[in-house]
Structures are given as structure tokens and as C-alpha cells.
Design a protein around this ligand. Sequence first.
Ligand code: GTP
Ligand code: MG
Length: 171
Amino acid sequence: GLKKKEVNVLCLGLDNSGKTTIINQLKPSNAQAQDIVPTIGFSIEKFKTSSLSFTVFDMSGQGRYRNLWEHYYKEGQAIIFVIDSGDKLRMVVAKEELDTLLNHPDIKHRRIPILFFANKMDLRDALSSVKVSQLLCLENIKDKPWHICASDAVKGEGLQEGVDWLQEQIA
Ligand code: GTP
Ligand code: MG
């Protein structure tokens, strides 16, 4: 068949936001892990859409590993940034990490698409994607295409919409 275009994606966001759970849901069912554990360092994962073959750098969000992220920025052609919509206390930390990312020399001047997942929308006190977008000041991102989706990674809800958007940006 036709060879799919290969795309490197960086999956970033704080620990416990649901990055690995999201990526796991995007993999074919026979390749999905049954138990998700906190990522140590990072993990390289693959999934395909109709036209693209994604290689994902699923980074650990733990504080002690966040300094690893920047070593992969050059290789990334798209970013998935995951936020725990129920973690109001750490929304400011998520914003700090996002701002650091956006100001990094390997990211700053590139028109790299960023897909945000306002994840854990199933939690009773979850913030809406609009509220998350306001708290992270996403409207200030003017030089990169971005999109935010509410998601429930455990049930797999909201993920396809996001991936469809990402595919449109790259294809
Ligand atoms: P690190 O690897 O430590 O950076 O964390 P991570 O962002 O990869 O988070 P992970 O996917 O390991 O998920 C952390 C916890 O959140 C797990 O217990 C998941 O089951 C849970 N979780 C992930 N997504 C959702 C969601 O949409 N809703 C709910 N309720 N729980 C979720
Ligand atoms: Mg993880």
C-alpha cells in the first residue's frame, strides 16, 4: 500500500494529566497496555491515522524529568499538551511549563501545531475546555496553529476529534 507520512509528536504536560492513557487509547487495541504506570523518563510509542504514521515521545511529566523535554523539541513536528482539568491547584504550574515550552529557542519561531487535551472531563469538578484555555492564556498563541479538546482518556472520548485536527494540520 501507500506509505504513510511519518510524523514525530511530543506528548507533554504535568505528571498524572493522562498523557500515557491518551496515547495508549490511540494505539490499535492489540498493542494497548492493560495497566498504565507513571512514565519514567520517556517512552516511544507509535500509532497510525488514515494518512499519517505517528511516532510519539511520551514524556514523563514528573518534575525531576521535565528537563528531558527540551532535548526532543528539535525533532518534534507536532505537540500534544495534556492538562488535568480537575487539577485546579496545579493549573498555574501547567501554564508555567507551557510558557517555558513556547519560549524555548527550538520551538519559539516554528509554526508547529499544538493540540491541547483538557483531559479528565469526567471528573465532577473538572474545568471546561474554555476555562482551561482562559487560564492557560491560549489566545496569546498567535504564531502557531492550536486547538483544545475536552477529553476523557479512560473512556476514549474526545480523542478522535483532536487527532483529526492534528492530521489536518500536517497532511
Ligand atoms: P506521567 O507519566 O507521570 O507524566 O503521567 P501521565 O500524564 O502519563 O498520566 P497517566 O496516563 O499515567 O494517567 C494518570 C492517572 O490518571 C491514571 O490513573 C489514569 O487512569 C488517570 N486518567 C487518565 N485520563 C483520565 C481521564 O480522562 N479521566 C479520569 N477520571 N482519569 C484519567
Ligand atoms: Mg505517562
